[in-house]
Design a protein around this ligand. Structure first.
Ligand code: PMP
Length: 334
């Protein structure tokens, strides 16, 4: 029988999908790793799972224990589901600006939600710091252990990608891969996949895909953490070097505006049947740019991080797009 044992084994082994129009336009092979097909609907199921398994191994979580995390949503969704499957309660701190769909999913999945105002990381009331303080408070009174998941600086996050996503991509492409593009939230995906692929093939090009408002593009290009502009994309856009990003050699970086990423997303939905979230648009747009630089005949892999239904009230909502002065395709306006 070909059976996976529960949620834990259902994470990963996602398909690698050839993106037809991007491939034809660049005369390259552009492949998307379908992370939206994970049971929790995003690439973050992998980080959530490996962080929890590692905490169990270290004895930090016992049955009935509590997982605490600050999250843009997807990691919280992954943690809540892993928690349900393995016997833990999950408490999530989320900036109130994140999509209603993700907040509703978190509540449905049983996470206890604390919404906080969206303020920068430098502010002590940023959701990341609130989550860390909350974990410390709970640790004093929870008998079965409290795990502050800390996806940014907990290396189990990228370890999950070194052990699963990287090897899957290597196997699925039979080693015929020339480049990898990926955006950065914690950096776990880019770092883990990048470290693994470089180990197999040192000349594979590892390129970061940054939205406007993030600082990694300037850091990789000019060694300075500096940002400009803003983006409607959720879950990505980092302003510091997380522990998960340490020691990673980047070969290139692209800064992708929403005006460039959205038409790519709309095209994927209308012409290829793939309804994806905003970070996937940034990732595929960066893959197209890298293909343009490498020239015809190359193979580039990128990440389709989550599904578009999670952002129906934003990315795929004409009124929201107009409020941000972003273009609305005719078929969406109807
Ligand atoms: N895309 C989406 C939709 C996400 O939710 C996240 C994580 N917040 C990322 C990309 C970034 O992944 P990572 O944390 O591995 O950098």
């Amino acid at each position: 029988m070909d059976v996976r044992d529960g949620f834990t084994e259902a994470v990963g082994n996602t398909p690698l999908i050839r993106l037809r129009r991007a491939s034809e336009a660049t005369r390259c092979t552009i492949l998307g790793k379908a992370e939206f097909m994970n049971p929790g609907g995003s690439v973050k199921d992998r980080a959530a799972l490996y962080i929890v398994l590692d905490a169990e191994t270290r004895g930090q979580l016992r049955p009935g224990g509590v997982i605490v995390e600050g999250t843009a949503g997807n990691t919280g969704i992954g943690l809540a589901l892993v928690g349900n499957a393995r016997g833990y309660r999950t408490v999530v701190v989320i900036p109130e600006t994140q999509s209603q769909e993700k907040k509703d999913a978190l509540r449905l999945f049983g996470a206890e939600l604390r919404e906080v105002p969206a303020v920068p990381y430098s502010d002590p009331n940023n959701y990341v710091h609130v989550a860390e303080r909350l974990a410390a408070e709970l640790a004093a009174r929870e008998p079965n252990g409290v795990l502050y998941a800390n996806q940014w600086d907990n290396l189990s996050n990228r370890e999950g990608h070194i052990r699963s996503t990287g090897p899957e991509i290597w196997r699925q492409t039979a080693g015929r891969i020339d480049g990898f593009t990926c955006s950065i939230g914690t950096g776990g995906t880019l770092a883990g996949v990048g470290l693994y692929l470089k180990q197999q093939k040192p000349d594979v090009v590892i390129a970061a895909a940054d939205p406007m408002g993030a600082a990694m593009y300037e850091y990789i290009k000019h060694g300075e953490l500096r940002s400009e502009g803003s983006s409607i994309t959720e879950g990505i856009g980092q302003s510091r070097i997380t522990r998960n990003l340490e020691g990673v050699a980047f070969d290139n970086a692209y800064r992708i505006a929403d005006e460039e990423a959205l038409p790519v997303l709309f095209d994927l939905l209308r012409h290829e049947g793939l309804c994806l979230g905003g970070s996937s648009g940034i990732n595929v747009a960066a893959a197209i740019r890298l293909a343009g630089e490498l020239g015809p005949g190359h193979t580039i892999v990128t990440i389709l991080a989550d599904g578009g239904a999670r952002y129906q009230s934003k990315l795929y909502n004409p009124a929201f797009l107009r409020s941000k002065n972003l273009p609305v395709p005719d078929w969406l306006a109807r």
